[in-house]
Ligand binder design. Structure first.
Ligand code: HPA
Ligand code: ZN
Length: 326
């Protein structure tokens, strides 16, 4: 089969993955034992069986429970290193990893442990795998503005170890404007800005992410297709959408993969990219997302090329690197 082989072999950038969402059940159990942190599942199989989600919140509850086994700098390094080896196998040459520091600092894990553990794996990926990897700090939107500001303050001593900030967790009821002042501060600091918007939430949240937070990319953004004016804005300004098809399937954003709107987004001229979101929870890494989406929707080799080119254009790599990729 030529198309699956092309999808696997083509160099690509991954721009939307949560590193805590790459923790495989086996690693959760190993860390639970080595750190003496109990988890409410008796076996790897029982944990995997709990991965039956009905919406975003039903996933987040299990995702935060899984992340509770991460304690030491070695744990954070091991988690990111495991992902980066999978990325290499999928011919990912550039990866931007989201991390959720508040999930860890709230349990008493120091910001330094989180950032230095993850960052050392990114450096190692550059030298040992030839994968260019960097970090994006995400604020949890179900927590307060005050908590986000405190998190930013704790992270600033490590400003050189992350390239931007994002916004994730429970979307509906936590609109972007809640974090307008935090993002304004991050913008002054020269950080790149992204936000989850239009995953489950309305197109209005995509508008406010753009106009109030001034994000450079929209994570998910699939609900934008409900608003023709928003579609025009995204196309005109070449605002990338980091789409995650298997995530959308597992969180019931679309009833089946063949009903995903990725083709409509591409046909409207949007800068769409394909990503894995939380690969350990949603049934696959980035190449699984490409292969299953192409099989279900009938996208073509030309569209595969467009998606790969989009991933490089949408990345925060420097201009020199982007030129070499073209
Ligand atoms: N949406 C919001 N928050 C998240 C997600 C997601 O898909 N994955 C991990 N945190
Ligand atoms: Zn996400």
């Amino acid at each position: 089969e030529r198309l699956p082989e092309l999808l696997r072999a083509m160099p690509k950038a991954e721009l939307h993955m949560h590193i805590e969402g790459s923790l495989e059940p086996e690693l959760i159990f190993a860390m639970s034992q080595r750190n003496g942190v109990a988890i409410p599942y008796a076996s790897v199989e029982e944990l995997r069986q709990a991965y039956a989600f009905t919406n975003l919140q039903s996933f987040l509850d299990i995702y935060y429970a899984g992340a509770s086994v991460l304690i030491t700098q070695q744990d954070f390094h091991d988690m990111a290193w495991a992902y980066l080896q999978k990325a290499k196998a999928d011919n990912v040459v550039h990866a931007e990893l989201f991390f959720d520091p508040q999930t860890h600092t709230a349990r008493g894990v120091a910001m330094q442990v989180v950032i230095e553990g993850l960052h050392s794996a990114c450096v190692r990926a550059g030298t040992e795998l030839g994968v260019d990897a960097s970090l994006i700090l995400c604020f949890l939107r179900h927590l307060s503005e005050e908590d986000a500001f405190a998190t930013l303050e704790q992270a600033l001593p490590f400003r050189d170890k992350f390239i931007g900030v994002g916004l994730d967790s429970s979307e509906v009821g936590h609109p972007p404007e809640k974090f307008a002042r935090v993002f304004a501060r991050c913008r002054e600091l020269g950080l790149h800005l992204v936000a989850h918007a239009g995953e489950e939430g309305p197109p209005e949240y995509v508008w406010t992410a753009l106009d109030l937070l001034k994000v450079e990319r929209v994570d998910h953004g699939v609900q934008s297709s409900k608003d023709p004016q928003l579609m025009q804005r995204l196309a005109r300004d070449r605002i990338p959408l980091t789409v995650c098809p298997l995530s959308n399937l597992k969180l019931c954003v679309f009833p089946s993969l063949d009903q995903h709107n990725i083709r409509a987004l591409l046909d409207a001229g949007l800068v769409v990219t394909v990503n894995s979101d939380d690969p350990a929870y949603f049934g696959g890494y980035v190449n699984d997302n490409f292969l299953q989406t192409f099989a279900a929707t009938g996208l073509t080799a030309a569209q595969a090329y467009t998606l790969a080119a989009n991933s490089f254009e949408a990345s925060f790599a420097d201009a020199g690197q982007k030129k070499r990729w073209r």
